[in-house]
Design a binder for this molecule. Structure first.
Ligand code: NAD
Ligand code: IMJ
Length: 256
């Protein structure tokens, strides 16, 4: 099989550990011939990301807290210093206060609401602005979302509202950056047992419900999300922008 991302350079934000969806995407991109620039949040994740980078084709690993404008400016500078066009950027990150994912949504305070919006939605806009100058040959920006953006999922609360904002941002960014040949899309993944999900009360019940009711009668494998990301980053996805692509065993189509 020809490699789908041969000669491409991709930046991937959001690897924390081996369960991260971003790590599956990095592995798939590497398998398809891409060279990677990886980012990590805070020094405590540095070593983990460095050791995971081992078996992949990684050009550089840099810190990037998306709430820090300096980190994003440095990312733009790092990309410039690599001296070659960037083809893809993967934004695979989110954060909300733990208590806002357990209490009733109506009790969400201003600070928690704004934090979820800043990290989980505004950051896509900031990242797009930081990477677009390096996408001189066109490019593909991919983010990760969840169906709790349009339907009420117990406890998803403030994250659901942030994902709605993220998905709308995908459309506005796609409109702005399309003339430069930059496509912007989201992958809406079914529930996957990552660190961000493990922390959630009753997550196993959610997984069981999907496996029982989704058309494919099973849960989503991170490798399936990663392969869809390869599609969006590759020439095969050249006509697709502003889209939310569900990789969820078909769960999204079900009514009851
Ligand atoms: P994860 O915990 O492995 O990844 C979340 C990442 O966000 C971590 O790497 C963390 O370092 C990063 N992050 C948090 N705050 C940050 C900041 N200020 N700056 C930079 N990075 C920051 O969990 P995951 O499940 O792989 O999540 C990745 C994405 O997938 C998220 O957007 C999540 O909403 C989405 N998603 C997850 C599922 C699921 O069930 N796991 C389903 C659909 C969508
Ligand atoms: C998260 C909360 C509630 C229900 C949930 C999830 N369901 C799924 C998730 C049903 C699938 C996972 N998900 C899609 C996320 O986007 C998770 C984001 C998240 C998780 C945490 C846990 C630890 C923490 N803050 C978080 N912020 C965002 O402190």
């Amino acid at each position: 099989m020809p490699q789908l991302l041969e000669g491409q350079l991709a930046v991937i934000l959001g690897i924390a550990n081996k369960w991260s969806i971003a790590y599956s995407i990095a592995q798939a991109f590497s398998r398809e011939g891409a060279t990677l620039l990886l980012t990590y949040l805070g020094e405590h994740q540095k070593e983990a990301v460095e050791s995971l980078a081992g078996e992949m084709s990684v050009a550089k690993i840099v810190p990037c807290d998306v709430t820090r404008e300096d980190d994003l400016t440095a990312l733009t500078e790092t990309l410039r210093s690599l001296g070659r066009p960037l083809h893809a950027a993967v934004h695979s990150l989110a954060f909300a206060n733990r208590e806002d994912l357990t209490r009733p949504f109506v009790e969400t305070g201003r600070g928690g609401f704004l934090l979820a919006q800043e990290v989980s939605a505004y950051s896509l806009v900031a990242v797009a602005r930081a990477v677009a100058p390096a996408m001189t040959a066109g490019g593909s920006i991919i983010t990760l979302t969840y169906g709790g953006s349009t339907r009420v999922v117990p406890n998803y609360n403030v994250m659901g509202v942030a994902k709605a904002s993220l998905e709308a941002s995908v459309r506005y960014l796609a409109s702005d950056l399309g003339p430069a040949g930059i496509r912007v899309n989201a992958l809406s993944a079914g529930p996957i047992k990552t660190a961000s999900a493990r922390a959630i009360k009753d997550f196993s019940t959610v997984l069981d419900a999907v496996a029982k009711r989704a058309p494919l009668r099973r849960n989503t494998d991170p490798g399936e999300v990663a392969d869809a990301a390869v599609f969006l980053a590759s020439g095969l996805g050249r006509g697709v922008t502003g889209n939310i692509l569900f990789v969820d065993s078909g769960m999204q189509i079900m009514g009851l």
